[in-house]
Design a protein around this ligand. Structure first.
Ligand code: F0G
Length: 436
């Protein structure tokens, strides 16, 4: 077991618990928990080891999460379950930069992961903790990606995955993954927030280990996305890191990563964060407009179903990250998300709808002068383009509608055309296409 502990983040509590305790929130004050900071490191030696491990064939070295193991609360690699996650691409996207009004824009594409989303970075650590604790059954409530990821890692580890989904509100791609990876899949007639409340109550009673992002080990794994980004930038700190916000686990993880890497001496400063929410599911944005109490959104709506969340669990951690990095929170409309997504597609990159909220938000923040055209901006694309093919087809064929039934204008439409098996007809088609 690691020498690190679980810390309560409650300002008046600060209780500490052993790393092997099966708790998700503080038993004394109900606040969120986090893993204590890693031990001091020799910066140069660690940077060298992290790079050199990429040349090794050992599974724990090939993983883009476990090669940063000095940042994780595991002393030995005996219990880990890995599917060679992480090591995702950092891609330049000049066309998207022009669309946003920036000189340059980089996409850190977490869709390149084994199950196609950033959840794999967290799940390899969460599932490994379940193994280390000797748990047999793991569960999560999900808008789709967490469930796909948990199903894969649990099955790979020989654990039983149990998944709770909001019935009718996840994409088929994600549901298909859960089924294929062998999870017991329960579709509940309620939204994400309602189901999460239910399952958080149920899990301890049934002896099930909960792998939602309220689990501090998930957050630990997601930290490595930022370590890897910094490595890819030659340890230059970006001016902005932009990401979509749903349950707010990822922003909490990214903030913790930068905080720790700064105090360990890897970087001299923090970037600014921009969290983008879908307009109909934006409680975090509402909070920063008004401050005061945090108010959930009772009936969150968005076609970007991954971030259709009204009562995000990690809001206290996320507020801290925005405050300490002079960050901002912005919203994007359904039309803005759909168009930004098509532009990311035209870059040859592609992503799922929630991920495209980043580009939509950057465009607004650049137009408002918050993000400068010459700044170093990295947007995190959280999920793969094939997670939600139905959305893509509807957009390009002009059939996509907002949750309230308004038509989304396919401004970047690319309609499929139909032809008979006739060489002349096809040649004429191509001729017309070229003239366009
Ligand atoms: N992007 C994608 C593709 C997601 O799947 C999620 C969350 C987010 C962004 C938001 O990240 O919750 O850390 O703020 N999906 C969760 C799920 C809720 O169940 O798959 P967050």
């Amino acid at each position: 077991m690691s020498t690190q502990e679980l810390l309560c983040i409650g300002p008046e509590c600060g209780a500490r618990f052993p790393i092997g305790e099966v708790i998700y929130t503080c038993p004394r004050c109900q606040s969120l928990l986090e893993v204590s900071a890693p031990a001091p490191l020799d910066v140069e030696a660690a940077r060298r080891a992290w790079r050199e491990r990429r040349l090794s064939d050992a599974p724990e070295d090939r993983s883009g999460v476990w090669r940063f193991r000095e940042l994780l609360p595991f002393d030995d690699m005996r219990h880990i379950v890995t599917l060679a996650e992480g090591n995702t691409a950092l891609l330049e996207a000049p066309r998207a930069a022009r669309y946003a009004g920036l000189d340059a824009l980089l996409f850190k594409h977490q869709g390149f992961n084994p199950t196609g989303s950033f959840k794999d970075n967290g799940m390899t650590v969460g599932a490994s903790q379940a193994l280390r604790l000797g748990m047999k059954t793991v569960a999560c409530v999900s808008t789709g990606n967490t469930s796909a990821s948990m199903a894969a890692y649990a099955s790979a580890a020989g654990l039983l995955p149990v998944i709770f989904l909001p019935h009718g509100n996840i994409s088929y791609g994600k549901l298909a993954q859960a089924l294929e990876y062998g999870a017991l899949t329960i579709q509940v007639e309620a939204n994400f927030d309602e189901i999460l409340r239910l399952v958080r109550e149920l899990a301890p009673k049934l002896g099930i280990y909960l792998l939602n992002s309220v689990n501090p080990f998930r957050i630990e794994g997601q930290k490595t996305i930022m370590a890897e980004l910094l490595e890819q930038l030659g340890w230059r700190v970006p001016d902005w890191v932009v990401l979509p916000g749903g349950n707010l686990g990822n922003i909490s993880a990214f903030g913790k990563a930068f905080r720790e890497l700064r105090s360990l001496g890897f970087i001299p400063r923090l970037p600014r964060f921009a969290v983008i929410q879908a307009e109909g599911s934006a409680p975090f944005h509402d909070y920063f407009r008004r401050r005061g109490e945090f108010h959930p959104v009772a009936k969150p709506e968005t076609l970007a179903t991954a971030i259709r969340i009204g009562d995000p669990v990690s809001w206290p951690k996320a507020i801290q990250v925005i405050d300490e990095t002079n960050g901002v929170v912005e919203t994007a409309t359904e039309q803005e998300i759909a168009d930004a997504k098509a532009v990311i597609g035209q870059c040859g990159i592609g992503c799922e709808p929630a991920s495209a909220a980043t580009l939509a938000g950057i465009r607004k923040l650049a137009a408002a002068g918050v993000i400068g055209a010459g700044e170093l901006v990295v947007a995190v694309l959280t999920g793969h383009v094939l997670k939600d093919p139905d959305y893509i087809y509807r957009y390009h064929t002009g059939q996509l509608e907002t949750p309230s039934g308004a038509r989304i204008e396919p401004r970047f439409a690319n309609q499929p055309v139909t032809a008979r098996p006739d060489a002349g007809e096809i040649a004429a088609l191509l001729e017309r296409y070229h003239r366009h």
